[in-house]
Design a protein around this ligand. Structure first.
Ligand SMILES: Cc1ncc(COP(=O)(O)O)c(C=O)c1O
Length: 424
């Protein structure tokens, strides 16, 4: 039996997570399928920012570092994010960007390996990893005399040889939504003497992660995607507690000092997680990030990350079924894994031509996804992210309805839809 609009409505009625949508300000008439790039605005954020601006900054002035506890924000929000990724309180801090945090942890991992096994000089990663991860690894490889070795996802485990110092991967692939088995790859890396560094940019807040149970070594992640922290929100960084005593912070700024307000001329790393900090925290961005993280913690009484994961999979599965059922014959290919166990929270399609223009035509009709150029020679990608906190099953129906309309009318062929903007 083909699925109908009423089936989708019934799924929404039965959805125990449906009330969480009220936490967001979503524009009318928009189906937002890009929370994997920039999460939606939580309704609490504008008032909280106003308070931070007018009361804490305006009236409190410099006193707010103590009185409004600004100085504790990196740890306080870090403890909240820790609950989403299987870390313990005090193990994770919010700081800088994902790129900068990756620099810190990859540098630390390579230094640890240099002390233990100086012959291990390879950073192993996936060719289709997010470019910033590869660029950061390239610069560290250059500075530390190492080699960055890039392979396809299915070649990684076999390539963990005695030369590999660090396995550096992004848990969910940004283009395809393909999910790595973090526990298995970390275990294999350890068995063969390598450390495992994970980028959780597309996992934190979307896919259950248990950093301590998987025994990962280091992890970083993004604040502005599924954590709904706002454009350019600060990122997070975690290190397994076994590394904390030895972890050297390559960006030894004063906020990572054991006692910043001693103003001592010599750097002395703070105990534990605080040593991953570098400079002054961006308070307004941190305040917005905390509102975003709170929208996820609000799901805890309703089943937390496992319940969100269940809905996320149901949404991407429904999208695939509706696209298969209704959009056949229009040249679309499914690029995200069909197997639930291998798929993150996004559903991506390819088409030989027109991917960019189709996405633009959809955006004009209120269905906001995005476009990513295909990997060297492969077709381009129409990318749709599904945020279970605020998407309804009916939204999936509406998105496919618009996709079908764009394809049938061929409106996307109008030249205006092919004009490239700076950000895709
Ligand atoms: C996997 C991954 N890592 C890192 C980033 C971005 O890092 P940054 O916040 O430093 O720009 C992205 C951005 O989309 C990403 O997808």
């Amino acid at each position: 039996m083909p699925l109908t609009r009423d089936d989708c409505l019934a799924l929404d009625v039965a959805d125990a997570l449906a009330p969480l949508r009220k936490q967001f300000e979503l524009p009318a008439g928009v189906v937002y399928l890009d929370g994997n790039s920039l999460g939606a605005l939580p309704s609490a954020t504008p008032a909280r920012l106003q308070q931070a601006l007018r009361d804490e900054w305006g009236r409190g002035l410099i006193r707010s570092w103590n009185d409004a506890h600004w100085i504790d924000l990196p740890q306080r929000i870090g403890d909240k994010i820790a609950r989403l990724v299987g870390a313990a309180p005090g193990e994770l801090v919010v700081a800088d960007s994902t790129s900068v945090n990756l620099y810190k942890v990859l540098s630390a991992a390579l230094d640890l390996q240099r002390q233990r096994s100086p012959d291990r000089r390879v950073v192993l990663s996936e060719r289709s990893n997010f470019p910033t991860d590869l660029y950061i690894a390239q610069s560290l490889a250059r500075d530390k005399g190492c080699e960055l070795r890039l392979l396809q996802a299915d070649q990684l485990a076999a390539a963990l040889d005695e030369q590999v110092a660090v396995l550096m991967l992004t848990h969910v692939n940004y283009r395809t939504g393909q999910l790595h088995d973090m526990a298995a790859l970390t275990r294999q890396a350890h068995e063969r003497g390598a450390l495992a560094v994970w980028d959780l940019a597309h996992s934190a807040g979307a896919v259950p992660v248990d950093l301590n149970a998987t025994d990962a070594d280091f992890a970083v992640g993004c604040g502005y995607k599924y954590l709904n922290g706002g454009p350019g929100a600060p990122a997070f960084v975690w290190a397994h507690r076994r590394h904390v005593p030895q972890f050297e912070q390559p960006l030894s700024g004063w906020m990572g000092h054991a006692s910043p307000f001693e103003f001592a001329p010599e750097y002395r790393a703070a105990n534990g997680v605080a040593r991953y900090l570098c400079g002054t925290p961006p308070v307004l961005s941190m305040v917005a990030l905390e509102c975003g993280v709170d929208t996820l913690l609000a799901a805890e009484p309703l089943g937390g990350m496992p319940a969100l994961r269940g809905k996320s999979l149901a949404l991407t599965r429904l999208f695939r079924e509706l696209v298969d059922q209704r959009c056949g014959g229009h040249g679309l290919q499914w690029v995200s894994p069909r197997d639930d166990a291998l798929r993150g929270s996004q559903a991506c399609l390819t088409r030989e031509s027109g991917a960019y223009a189709i996405v633009q035509a959809l955006i004009e009709r209120g269905v906001i996804g995005d476009f990513r150029a295909g990997e060297s020679g492969s077709p381009d990608i129409l990318r749709f992210g599904f945020t279970p906190l605020y998407l309804r099953y009916l939204d999936v129906w509406d998105a496919v309805e618009q996709l079908l309309a764009v394809l049938v009318s061929a409106v996307w062929r109008e030249p205006r839809f092919s004009r490239r903007t700076a950000v895709t």
